[in-house]
Design a protein around this ligand. Structure first.
Ligand SMILES: NC(=O)c1ccc[n+]([C@@H]2O[C@H](COP(=O)([O-])OP(=O)(O)OC[C@H]3O[C@@H](n4cnc5c(N)ncnc54)[C@H](OP(=O)(O)O)[C@@H]3O)[C@@H](O)[C@H]2O)c1
Length: 320
């Protein structure tokens, strides 16, 4: 007997800009062995989501229509017998975060139990849906840069999704944090104890005015020459410069490139383990997640247009 139900999901029907997104009906469930069916209450959006259908990562027609969304928060509708995630047994009715998953931009989604952890009660579903991808990335970046107490760390892109996680985790570890952002985000960064610096021409000098002897480590969530050149000039040990944006220059410069790009360090284990740590910090009010905007699933294209401007402060979230 087919027990699947029909649900709504966002798909890219072609390669291109956000205009290729639409909502279609797809089957959901029942969960197979080791799987969990979730009623999605919020889905976190991330730049990788629009990069996947932009054409920049290839245009294989076999990938269309393309489901999107690698993180979500919701309520478990049905769990396979014995389903267990990193936080223990999963049962119907549990409020959870699911990451990493495929197809999170949906009203219902079947996910592996291994991706499901309890939602911290202190976070709304919207906040919870935007915590993990950025959080584990920031966690991995700081570990790769060996950032800890007594260090001064420079975070490029401090007011974005990953940046806001990185500055909070770095400050919690006892580091002094200098973060780059446009002036409109400086007050927000100060709330997190960050010393803000405006990016653009003269960046190196502005950071040097705050840290005349340079900085110990850098996390680059922006990419491009300005951030890389500034990091190379200010960090003596280039192995303590960590970038999320793979480029020929980054690899050739001897900095650490992390993430899913070919040749980058995926940090699979450290990222998987970080999920429960991040949830624990959030539960204890030690990790703030800022929801910059919320859009209905049907307006995913508008959400991606906003995200693609590259000036989001926090997370953009979709709700079914
Ligand atoms: N390798 C990995 O594992 C990995 C994981 C996650 C993300 N990423 C990538 O990392 C990048 C950042 O991701 P995200 O989720 O943080 O994106 P995001 O939230 O969209 O980042 C937006 C932020 O970037 C800031 N920004 C834009 N241009 C800047 C510049 N030149 N200098 C400093 N800040 C600048 C903006 O600040 P203002 O508004 O002040 O301009 C805004 O706050 C994306 O390209 C993403 O694909 C990689």
């Amino acid at each position: 007997m087919d027990r699947s139900v029909m649900t709504k999901a966002v798909v890219a029907t072609a390669f291109g800009g956000p205009e290729v997104l639409s909502v279609i009906e797809v089957p959901a469930g029942p969960p197979g062995p080791g799987e969990v069916l979730i009623s999605v209450r919020a889905a976190g959006t991330n730049p990788i989501d629009y990069k996947r259908y932009s054409g920049a990562m290839g245009r294989d027609p076999a990938r269309l229509p393309m489901r999107l969304g690698s993180e979500a928060a919701g309520v478990v509708t049905e769990a396979a017998d014995g389903a267990e995630g990193p936080g223990g047994r999963i049962r119907a009715g549990d409020e959870v975060i699911a990451y990493p998953i495929a197809g999170g931009y949906a009203a219902d989604v079947v996910v592996p139990a291994s991706s499901v952890i309890p939602k911290p009660a202190a976070l709304s579903f919207g906040q919870a849906s935007g915590t993990m991808l950025t959080g584990v990335t920031a966690w991995h970046a700081l570990a790769a840069g060996q950032v800890g107490a007594g260090d001064t760390v420079l975070v490029h892109g401090a007011s974005g999704g990953v940046g806001l996680m990185a500055v909070q985790l770095a400050a919690a570890s006892g580091a002094r944090v200098i973060g780059t952002a446009s002036p409109g985000a400086h007050a927000l960064l100060r709330e997190f104890g960050v010393e803000p610096v405006t990016y653009g021409a003269g960046l190196e000098e502005r950071v040097r005015a705050l840290a005349p002897d340079g900085v110990d480590a850098a996390v680059d969530a922006v990419g491009g020459d300005e951030a890389l050149d500034t990091s190379l000039a200010l960090v003596a040990d280039h192995g303590r410069i960590v970038t999320l944006l793979a480029s020929r220059r980054a690899f050739d410069s001897g900095v650490k490139v992390i993430g899913g790009a070919p040749g980058a360090d995926p940090g699979t284990e450290i990222r998987a383990a970080a999920r429960l740590e991040l949830a624990r910090l959030a539960e204890h009010g030690k990790l703030r997640v800022i929801v910059a905007a919320t859009y209905p699933l049907a307006e995913a294209a508008a959400a991606h247009e906003a995200l693609a401007t590259g000036h989001t402060r926090g997370k953009i979230v979709l709700v079914p």
